[in-house]
Design a protein around this ligand. Sequence first.
Ligand code: DAH
Length: 337
Amino acid sequence: MALDIEKIKSDLTEDLKAALSLEALEAVRIKYLGKKGMLQDIYAGLATASIEEKKLIGKSANEIKLLAETLISAQKETLGAQQKSGDAIDVTIPGARYSLGTKHLINQTVEEICDVFECLGFVIQRGPEIESEFHNFSALNIPLDHPSRDSFDTFYLDQEDPDAKGRYLLLRSHTSPGQVRVMKQFKPPMAVIIPGKVYRPDAVDASHSFMFHQIEGLLVDKQVSFADLKGLLTAFCKQYFGEDVKMRFRPHFFPFTEPSAEVDIQSNIFKGRAGKWLEILGCGMVHPKVFESAGYPRGEYSGLAFGMGVERIAMLKHGIGDIRTFVENDTRFLKQF
Ligand code: DAH
């Protein structure tokens, strides 16, 4: 019994080439290694062979067995991997969509408001969120016993002010300290707008948050009057809320302006609030004490100042009922704007 080992090897290689599925490969395995396969036939033939033949054929048979096992298992791995990656590609599945985010409504509102003032000649300045008691209160003529200084109304840091022994740093509770910082840095005439975050330890509800945004305005020159303040804020309200906006300046008290007022408006754009006066900002003429804090010579300058809450304005303009929606990161809310 002669065994043409080279022929068997080339047959096996051909068979494997043609076996392009796991089923076809299994058929090849059965053909060569199965119970009724080629190798079993060879072993069966050995029974009648001479000892010399047995040695020769046995050696060749083992060689074939090893080769078949190695090639078949390698092919099996390749086909398995192909099938797996083939399964993962479902060409009918819609492609992955990457949605581009949008600017947050608060940032949009800050930009829109600043744009109006920039068109009127104001420049944007920023102040620090961690402030000294001096800039947040004293420099603004807010007395030591004023309730807003209380730790119930202001977040104090556990860090002493390096410039004032025994006084602690705090998170600014309004953007007004920016007024003093800007005045210390520049000489009039100046017209600046200071947007930014402010912090107050308020209990959070639909209209209060421990962090919100304000925009501060300050104009200082030689002969600034309350008429300038009215004219400026009227121009802003008409531009921002529409020509038909109605305004009223209601007398109020702020320690850092004298006289001071709050501005209320009525506008058709406020859904469901028609005919209601809504407070949108505080304003007034810069108090002489504030000029003094900035180191300006007495009686030399006059100025106007105002401050508004961004969340409140965005809520009025877009009919939003709950301030918490701004920070909840619910994209169903955010992507509406
Ligand atoms: N800082 C005030 C607040 O947080 C708002 C304000 C009122 C700012 C009057 C001003 C101003 O500049 O003149 O309630």
